[in-house]
Design a protein around this ligand. Structure first.
Ligand code: GYE
Length: 323
């Protein structure tokens, strides 16, 4: 009965608020997950949304999905709607790390467990979320740095100028991919990081950043581009092509994610290294929902297994990426 009332309420609220939330498998007392997705800025993100939808279907869970279009305020109001709908579990991919305490306290007071997925938050109160399921971004940054050390050795280079095109400021992948990378190359006199500019994980902004960097430092002034995602990398490749610079040869290209188009560019020698970051988090998240609804004890953090693809590897081993 409570469920039926809830379903009616959900529909009513969705109609009234014009909210993009959708409810699948609205039925026989199924578990309902409210998922606040941060946007659709990249192929990674689109693959991640698809993974969540597929896993929810496979588990027979109702999924209320809200895409916040890159706006934190919209994520906050989506969470408030989920609380009003009395969903069983909230999954949140937070666009940035700060500013979540109030709304997550409201979820906690309502007794709804929160799974942070993909990105982390910065809070002094760990009880505001139940578990984090997402990549180890520090490790990703370190992998990028380790590749660069190996590359510099192979080139016999005594000095390389590096520029960084970073992701969204104050997001976990941006902060930790930078930090991990710097941990590895810092103190090695062969490297100078000239500048870091944010391309917000968007292909179009990656292009803008590359144009700006190229104008500022010139074709000969940049030896390495470290870009925090494939979308921005692909944008930068267009700019290098147009300037007659051969990516992968004249400039070393290091990227993160592993979407199909970037892997193709790696195989074509136009990208030198891709640190893998998988968007396929859906199964882990929905398994966690199951554990939580069954009252099982769960860990505080879970990282998927990831790897790194470089020009030094046998690239024929990389299967279709699916996104
Ligand atoms: O690398 C990027 C996306 O948070 C891991 O966000 C995610 C990042 C991913 O836009 O492509």
């Amino acid at each position: 009965m409570k469920r039926r009332m809830l379903c009616l309420l959900v529909l009513l609220c969705m109609l009234l608020s014009g909210c993009a939330a959708s409810r699948q498998e609205e039925d026989k007392g199924a578990v309902v997950v409210g998922f606040s997705q941060l946007g659709s800025e990249s192929s990674w993100r689109i693959g991640n949304t698809a993974s969540m939808e597929k896993a929810a279907r496979a588990h027979g869970y109702g999924l209320m999905l809200d895409n916040a279009n890159q706006k934190q305020e919209r994520q906050i109001s989506a969470i408030r709607s989920f609380i009003a709908y009395q969903v069983d579990v909230i999954a949140l991919s937070p666009i940035v790390e700060t500013g979540w305490d109030n709304v997550l306290r409201e979820a906690k007071d309502a007794g709804i467990p929160v799974i942070l997925t993909d990105r982390m938050i910065d809070t002094a109160d760990d009880s505001l979320y139940t578990v984090y399921i997402g990549a180890d971004f520090l490790q990703e940054g370190r992998r990028a740095g380790e590749y660069l050390l190996k590359k510099a050795d192979a080139m016999g280079a005594d000095h390389l100028n590096v520029v960084e095109i970073s992701g969204t400021i104050d997001s976990t992948p941006m902060r930790e991919r930078q930090q991990g990378f710097m941990q590895v190359i810092d103190g090695d006199p062969r490297f100078t990081v000239l500048e870091s500019v944010s391309g917000d994980f968007l292909r179009s902004k990656g292009e803008e950043c590359a144009r700006y960097l190229l104008e500022k430092y010139g074709a000969d002034g940049i030896d390495v581009i470290y870009s925090h995602n494939d979308g921005m990398t692909l944008g930068a490749l267009d700019v290098l092509d147009a300037a007659g610079i051969r990516p992968g040869e004249d400039v070393v290209i290091i990227s993160v994610d592993g979407e199909q188009a970037a892997v193709d560019a790696l195989k074509a020698g136009r990208v030198n290294c891709i640190v893998e970051c998988t968007p396929d988090l859906g199964d882990d998240v929905m398994d966690m929902v199951e554990a939580l609804t069954q009252g099982k004890a769960v860990p505080k953090a879970m990282h998927p297994e990831e790897t790194v693809f470089t020009e030094f590897d046998d690239l024929s081993q990389i299967g279709p990426r699916g996104y």
